[in-house]
Design a protein around this ligand. Structure first.
Ligand code: G6P
Length: 369
């Protein structure tokens, strides 16, 4: 009903707008009063398991799988534990190698996805320690796991996941930081900087939401596009995949996410003056490389919409349109850059009169195979 939507035309927009608060709810109680330490109790309670883990396997579907890819970067960078990210539906049917020194992390907003639950049961039968990252409290996956952390973002109604995604990435960040501190694989400076930047995210997301009107205007230019390409590198590559998925799900426009440097191995053949390319190009250690990738698109007359760090000039000089987001450490970039992409998908779908909260052929949780 209108009341439940809190004055917003759709649950999806309401949930996008809730993100400054949901990120706050997600980190609340997990940061100490001094604001310089993060404690994820599920990790601390199983400290030995995490410190001695030979490998972490992340299983998930859809948007949660994209969050898992960011988790892989975070855990490998900070904890130096090898990570694999698997589609739950593939993992469960391919007789995977799992041992009792493996940790399997299952990520699921609903906690009811049949494939993810089956992957959990399989890993459990092989003796792995299972950790859940769910939103729905008391859900089947939450109950089937040995331990876990809730994302605490509140009920998500829109079929296209938004606030659950940023919550999942936030929990994965806190998980990686907690393990890294216990293992001693992160410097004190980096750890404290990560904890500080974590607490600044809610304010930064408020700033991103101030761009809504600009994104709404921009959406009008691209409403009738038949295809879209989303590019990102490093931590922003999964954000590109997720941005493309949002557009597909609710506008029914074909969209592909690619790692920007992989374009030259095939997909660049698709570029012409009718191809919109959303390039995530916030400042990070591969920023210069991303700029060259954008130049390759421009040289083939693609229309570039760039997501950049506030104050950027280099990318904005070559891109057709620029959306600025506040600066953060590169590890949190996908939390900040995914929000304008949620809004872009939302407005394009609204312009096309799509059923944003209940897109055709999709269900909020897929409890059958
Ligand atoms: C469905 C939803 C997606 C979601 C996926 C995984 O396909 O439509 O939005 O990402 O399931 O859901 P889960 O609840 O396991 O995160």
């Amino acid at each position: 009903s209108q009341l439940e939507k809190g004055g917003y035309p759709h649950f999806m927009l309401k949930e996008i707008y809730e993100q400054p608060k949901t990120i706050m709810d997600c980190i609340r109680g997990r940061i100490n009063v001094e604001g310089n330490n993060v404690v994820l109790s599920g990790v601390i309670d199983n400290k030995g398991k995490f410190i001695n883990a030979s490998r972490i396997i992340i299983v998930a579907c859809g948007t949660s799988w994209h969050a898992g890819l960011i988790g892989e970067h975070l855990i490998e960078e900070f904890c130096r534990i090898p990570v694999e990210v698997e589609y739950a539906s593939e993992f469960r049917y391919r007789d995977p190698v799992i041992t009792d020194t493996d940790i399997v992390i299952a990520i699921s907003q609903s906690g009811e996805t049949a494939d993810t639950l089956a992957a959990v049961e399989l890993a459990k039968s092989k003796g792995a320690f299972i950790y859940g990252i769910c939103n729905a409290v008391g859900s089947s996956i939450a109950r089937a796991t040995d331990s876990g952390s809730y994302i605490h973002v509140g009920p998500e109604i829109g079929v296209a996941s938004t606030k659950a995604f940023t919550g999942q990435v936030t929990v994965l960040s806190m998980l990686a930081l907690t393990i890294a501190r216990e293992k001693g694989t992160i410097t004190k400076e980096k750890f404290e900087s990560m904890v500080k930047h974590l607490q600044e995210l809610p304010e930064k997301l408020k700033k991103v939401l101030e761009k809504t009107d600009d994104i709404k205007e921009l959406s009008k230019i691209f409403t009738y596009a038949h295809n879209f390409i989303y590019l990102g590198r490093g931590y922003n590559y999964p954000a590109a995949l997720e941005g493309a998925l949002k557009l597909k799900e609710i506008s029914y426009i074909h969209a592909e996410g690619y790692p920007a440097a992989e374009m030259k191995h095939g997909p660049i053949a698709l570029i012409d003056n009718e191809m919109p390319v959303v390039a995530i190009a916030t400042t990070d250690r591969i920023y210069e490389k991303t700029i060259s990738n954008i130049q390759e698109i421009k040289a083939r007359k693609g229309k570039v919409i760039a997501i950049v760090t506030e104050g950027d000039t280099l990318v904005c000089n070559i891109a057709d349109y620029c959306i600025e987001v506040p600066e953060t450490v590169e590890e949190y970039a996908p939390i900040v850059t995914s929000v304008p992409l949620q809004l872009l998908a939302y407005f394009i779908a609204v312009n096309k009169c799509r059923d944003v909260d209940q897109p055709r052929n999709l269900a909020k949780s897929v409890t059958v195979e």
